[in-house]
Write a protein that binds this ligand. Sequence first.
Ligand code: HEC
Length: 281
Amino acid sequence: MLLAILLLFVLVLLFVSITLLNAFKVMYAEQLNPTPYIKQLKEPVLDYDKWLSLQPKKPSIWTKLLSLRPIEEEGDLVIDHAYDGIKELNNPVPTWFNVLFFGTMIFAVGYLFYYHIGGYGDLQDQEYEHEMVKAQVEKAAYLEKSANTIDENSVKFDNTPTVLQEGRTVFTTNCVVCHGDKGQGIIGPNLTDEYWLHGGGINNVFKTIKYGVPEKGMISWEKNLNPKQISAVANFILSLKGSNPAGAKAPQGEKYEEKSLKDNEMNTVKDTVKKDDVTKK
Ligand code: HEC
């Protein structure tokens, strides 16, 4: 790209240089041998009668199209008034203009019937509304698509009812056999307590569901669920925290404490130090 621009620049420079050189040459030649100021006119001026005689006798298509009268008849067309020596010809209205003019009338009638009487087409307001609906659909599709690019790093905690509802549906159809209808745990661990085998943050849960723990009987859901569904079910699982369902399986794994996203690193470091101190005591 840069090379191309440079090349172009060099070419332009070359062109300018050559032009300037030529200009200087002409100036130099003029200086040595000036061209006479008044040039003799070689060709005589064409007079009107001669020009008229040279005009084609048959009217051209162009002349017909413009509804012009042959040039010889112009004398009859002159309207009997003159302003400051300017005369006017009474030429008929050209065909193209008439076609256009009557065309607009026919169009207007058609338009009236189509939009206002027949109601076949959308008027401005309706068109606007339809476009808005279309945009809404497109927007939803776009959001859907962007939601499908979620991964374990970008997934966010989201407890809006629609998301949780979707998560519940995914959970009921896929997960209850092993985790129980309330997430209390059967073959799989209890998902409602604070103890997690693979971390209890939204990112951890998403990752566990996506890749699974195949050697322990938790399959990878990457192939059967799209990222949006995984995100929804992960959020649904987090919403079960503390629900304490009957027959809950005993806690497995470690207690997971959510680190606040607002905490900066210093705070996190301090917290760890404090916790360490407590454990030492
Ligand atoms: C075939 C049985 C089975 C099914 C179906 C199943 N799981 Fe699991 N799941 C398990 C097992 C077993 C584990 C424990 C894995 C381990 O010991 O590491 C587990 C672990 C998990 C964990 C990690 C829990 C923790 O403590 O870290 C999550 C989250 C989870 N499953 C979510 C789901 C979701 C969501 C679905 C449905 C889409 C699902 N599971 C379907 C068997 C299953």
